[in-house]
Design a protein around this ligand. Structure first.
Ligand SMILES: Nc1ncnc2c1ncn2[C@@H]1O[C@H](COP(=O)(O)OP(=O)(O)OP(=O)(O)O)[C@@H](O)[C@H]1O
Ligand SMILES: [Mg+2]
Length: 337
């Protein structure tokens, strides 16, 4: 039983995920803030609803940029409002376990400390867990005795490839292809084939309903967009093949990067990975048949995570509940920064 108030936090580009040990429950909220100058209008899911529909004087954006905290103050406000929803009372003196990207600079690490020790949130202890380590724990990999495993996390704005051996990340690479780039690729595919400009939110909706990487299926959806020639709005029926062509462009790019990454891997480790399969996680792996498609491109087998975007959080949950795994969490002290 835990008596400390511990939280696991995964700050993603698209959403913030929090696990509360006290309530033994996970929460998700979009990582966006709507502001008018310095005045905050809406936070989280509510702000996301305003995206692409907001008036000119309101900006809707994410405080994170490419996996690092871009705007510390906004991120703290967002976390504070989110925490207030989970636990209305005491937010003092909790332990915060963050899953963080690899190779951060001292300044970026400091941001993680101050995001929960600032104006609104105080006196919290901060621990960092490298996100591939958290993912690996969620896959149930025994880190102390494994020769080699590869984790691929396809998120919203980036994909992280990492190789772990005996509890350490020995190689890693971040590619800037993720769910958002897939949405953009769908937009450009539709512009090419239908001479129609659609918004990225519409593209995302098309991806969620028709995106798949298996056998081509006949499917179509009606969307509204702006005609590229006349500049007037019109309706068009979009076929699933255009949507999937956009998605495949991105996945092919990822597969090519994955292959070069694997070629650099030491042979014994690559052999172990080929035997065990590559662990695949992140929200974008919800695309049906993505594992089979990647096997076709790379020749390696893939294991899909049961938790998708929640796998890092699940790893943090294991660390919070299991003291022997605490060695993977590095405490961050203010004076050391
Ligand atoms: N069913 C689905 N099919 C395809 N993509 C999906 C599906 N569900 C969610 N996604 C995509 O998953 C992405 C979110 O994934 P995730 O929550 O892992 O990202 P994140 O952790 O916020 O971002 P990052 O890891 O890049 O910081 C979004 O881009 C979303 O479009
Ligand atoms: Mg993520």
């Amino acid at each position: 039983m835990i008596f400390e108030n511990a939280y696991g936090i995964d700050l993603g580009n698209s959403s913030v995920k929090i696990y509360s040990a006290l309530r033994n429950k996970s929460y998700t909220e979009k990582n966006v803030i709507a502001a008018k100058g310095r005045e905050i209008i809406a936070v989280g899911d509510e702000a996301y609803e305003m995206l692409e529909k907001q008036p000119l004087d309101i900006s809707v954006r994410s405080p994170m940029a490419f996996g690092i905290i871009g705007d510390l103050e906004l991120q703290e406000i967002l976390l504070y409002t989110f925490f207030r929803k989970i636990n209305r009372f005491n937010m003092l003196g909790s332990s915060m376990y963050f899953s963080v990207p690899l190779d951060m600079t001292a300044v970026e690490k400091r941001a993680y400390y101050y995001v929960v020790n600032g104006r609104w949130l105080h006196q919290n202890r901060v621990f960092m867990v490298e996100s591939p380590v958290a993912d690996a724990l969620s896959f149930g990999i025994d880190l102390s005795s494994n020769t080699g495993s590869m984790i691929v996390n396809i998120g919203s704005q980036s994909t992280e490839f990492s190789i772990l051996s005996e509890g350490h990340v020995i190689m890693s690479r971040r590619s800037s292809v993720g769910g958002k780039q897939m949405n953009e690729a769908i937009c450009s595919e539709i512009r090419k084939n239908y001479h129609l400009q659609i918004g990225t939110r519409t593209a995302k909706r098309l991806k969620l309903v028709m995106g798949q990487l298996g056998e081509p299926k006949k499917d179509a959806r009606k969307v509204v967009g702006i005609d590229s020639v006349s500049g007037l709005p019109r309706e068009e029926v979009i076929s699933s093949s255009a949507v999937n062509a956009g998605i495949m462009n991105c996945i092919n790019e990822l597969a090519a990067e994955m292959k070069t990454f694997l070629e650099r891997t030491p042979p014994q480790i690559a052999y172990q990975i080929a035997k065990d399969g590559i662990c695949l996680t992140g929200g974008s792996t919800r695309l049906p048949y993505i594992d089979q498609y990647l096997t076709g491109c790379t020749g390696y087998a893939f294991n899909l995570s049961r938790y998708y975007e929640g796998s890092s959080l699940n790893g943090l949950e294991k660390i919070i509940h299991n003291r022997s795994l605490r060695t993977y969490a590095t405490p961050i002290k203010e004076r050391k920064l």
